[in-house]
Design a protein around this ligand. Structure first.
Ligand code: SF4
Ligand code: SF4
Length: 293
């Protein structure tokens, strides 16, 4: 049987900022919300969200025999800002390395440590069991159930220690643990509505969240033509949107990331509006390619 305390030690030794584990089960309530969200077409052109519904809400459908969901986070907050006037790139997009690759290498290291201690049978040999934005799994919900933080009104995972500039990685394990992390149950938002007021499109006011109105969706995921009503809003935006994170009080006192790979790429950070103007579309894509999901 896995030991909660030992798993936490191994995650810390790997370099994760925080970690927790939750007992695997079907997320019945989230399944209802997801189903309503899809019915309303609030996913827009993210058609991948319509696939693998059962796997998305049930880790045992994703990896048969899964008993434990291990959630680990890496902070990517940067202390440096882009040059004034440059087209906006979100903080996650300014990292030196593609966060998917960074997270995967950390998770792989952790998997190796766990395997060395508990044996290879802890992980499914026939199913992918290591994820970072790469599988149908409700990462933020599992992070909350694993005690890492709350899902705020800005729909992001908020850690009281690391704020919301965090990447989530998941390992699915086929063994039970002697104990599980306490789910995070505090309401961190209370009567705050800073993010709702800061959102330029009102996306956070819809229940369930309407991704089609979110600037991150409009600048990263959207496949359809940009609706005229959003042209002004996204005018000087290259990639993503951090407005609802920037105003969140839980992000006001956090420390910059200690992970070198996730610190700011100085070359991109220092590009002026003029530099971007003189960068060809192909070159821009090359720079931003590492951000692609
Ligand atoms: S990322 Fe931007 S557009 Fe999307 S919900 Fe947050 S503030 Fe609104
Ligand atoms: S800005 Fe306020 S309401 Fe929004 S997520 Fe942060 S604490 Fe919650």
């Amino acid at each position: 049987m896995l030991a909660l305390s030992r798993l936490m030690e191994l995650a810390a030794a790997t370099g994760f900022d925080s970690c927790g584990i939750a007992r695997a089960h079907r997320l019945d309530h989230d399944a209802l919300i997801l189903s309503r969200w899809l019915e309303l077409q609030h996913h827009g052109s993210m058609s991948y969200m319509t696939r693998d519904f059962e796997k998305r809400v049930n880790p045992e459908a994703l990896v048969p025999g899964c008993k434990t969901v291990m959630v680990c986070i890496l902070s990517y907050h940067k202390s440096k800002k882009q040059v004034e006037g440059a087209p906006f790139v979100s903080e996650s997009g300014l990292s030196k390395c593609d966060y998917h690759l960074v997270m995967k290498s950390y998770l792989q290291k952790l998997e190796n440590l766990i395997t060395r201690e508990y044996g290879a049978e802890v992980f499914s040999a026939s199913h992918q069991h290591l994820f970072c934005d790469s599988a149908p799994i409700l990462e933020r919900r599992w992070a909350q159930l694993a005690g890492i933080g709350a899902i705020g009104k800005n729909r992001q995972l908020i850690s009281p220690v690391y704020g919301s500039y965090i990447h989530i990685g998941i390992l699915l394990l086929n063994q039970e643990a002697d104990n599980y992390s306490q789910p995070f149950t505090d309401n961190l938002c209370h009567d705050c509505s800073l993010c709702l007021n800061a959102c330029p499109t009102g996306a956070l006011r819809d229940e369930p969240f309407d991704a089609r109105k979110c600037v991150s969706y409009l600048t990263v995921e959207r496949k359809e033509t940009l609706p005229d009503k959003y042209k002004k809003t996204v005018e000087n935006i290259l990639y993503g949107c951090d407005r609802c994170a920037q105003v969140c009080p839980y992000n006001s006192h956090i420390q910059p990331t200690t992970h070198e790979e996730l610190s700011a790429d100085e070359a991109v950070l220092n590009m002026t509006a003029d530099d971007w103007q003189h960068t060809s579309r192909r070159q821009k894509l090359r720079i931003l390619r590492r951000l692609a999901k």
